[in-house]
Design a protein around this ligand. Structure first.
Ligand SMILES: Nc1ncnc2c1ncn2[C@@H]1O[C@H](COP(=O)(O)OP(=O)(O)OP(=O)(O)O)[C@@H](O)[C@H]1O
Length: 254
């Protein structure tokens, strides 16, 4: 497809008198990874919440492949192809890593959350779940209950479950935050793999400049809820308005 896979038009949310996301119009295309930066409180996570449906918009529209999904609930957006790294609350803590991934694949394939599908179908499901678990390097923990995982491994599982959904839009909100130096490359490698898929549209909220430089095709900047810069990362990082916003410490030069 040539048009945008995802678009927001005048997307706005107000909390009382505070405009957290202010008339953001932006189009995202398949095969493109867009990094989103801005100082703390700029509205990045709130923008994600409006796109994924966790938060209703005060004004404006969200379009997925040209279809208006502004009023659609979260589950319908997920089914339509909006993928957001799962929050831990949506995992089943007593079930294993593999079982959590299997349930996502099963739900995606439209079999619902039936615990006992046919034996052959179950074998296929398990093989598919094992492949996803392998991609995030969690095979050695496949049988561990989610509740027993370290923070970094739980974050890998969140990404695994998003991959298992096979979404059109991948949304990552600081995916390596709180991860150790040896864990982060697994997640960044996966994001690089996803970005290489010409059908995938990737949105990445990220503070680390080196990550943006190595992964982003495009950089947008939010400031006080408004979109203030948009373009190739090197040019945007060098622009005066962005340097000014960064004085607030929005980017970590690591
Ligand atoms: N549900 C809510 N009710 C009231 N205010 C909110 C709500 N959600 C977000 N805000 C406010 O909206 C603004 C934007 O917050 P948001 O978390 O989107 O910023 P951010 O750019 O993601 O910041 P950070 O980098 O710190 O995560 C903040 O002032 C925040 O306090």
């Amino acid at each position: 497809m040539n048009g945008p896979s995802l678009e927001t038009r005048g997307l706005t949310v107000r909390f009382g008198g505070h405009v957290a996301v202010d008339a953001v119009s932006c189009a995202f295309r398949p095969g493109e990874l867009t990094a989103i930066v801005g100082p703390n409180g700029a509205g990045k996570t709130t923008y994600f919440n409006l796109i994924s449906g966790q938060l209703p918009a005060t004004a404006g529209q969200v379009l997925l492949e040209g279809r208006d999904i502004t009023r659609a609930p979260v589950a319908a957006r997920t089914r339509a192809g909006i993928g957001r790294a799962f929050q831990l609350t949506s995992l089943f803590p007593a079930l294993s890593v593999l079982e959590n991934v299997r349930l996502v694949i099963q739900a995606r394939q439209g079999r619902g959350l039936r615990a006992f599908p046919r034996v052959s179908a179950q074998r296929d499901l398990i093989a598919a779940a094992e492949a996803v678990v392998e991609r995030v390097k969690l095979t050695r923990l496949a049988k561990s209950p989610v509740a027993a995982l370290s923070h970094g491994d739980q974050r890998k599982l969140e990404v695994a479950m998003m991959i298992a959904l096979e979404p059109k839009i991948y949304m990552f909100d600081e995916p390596t935050a709180g991860m150790s130096l040896d864990e982060a490359p697994v997640i960044l490698g996966l994001i690089a793999e996803i970005r290489a898929d010409p059908a995938a549209t990737v949105l990445l909220v990220e503070h680390k400049m080196d990550v943006i430089r190595s992964l982003a095709d495009r950089l947008i900047v939010l400031h006080n809820g408004a979109l203030v810069a948009d373009g190739p990362p090197a040019g945007v990082m060098a622009s005066a308005i962005v340097r000014e916003a960064y004085l607030g410490g929005a980017l970590e030069d690591v």
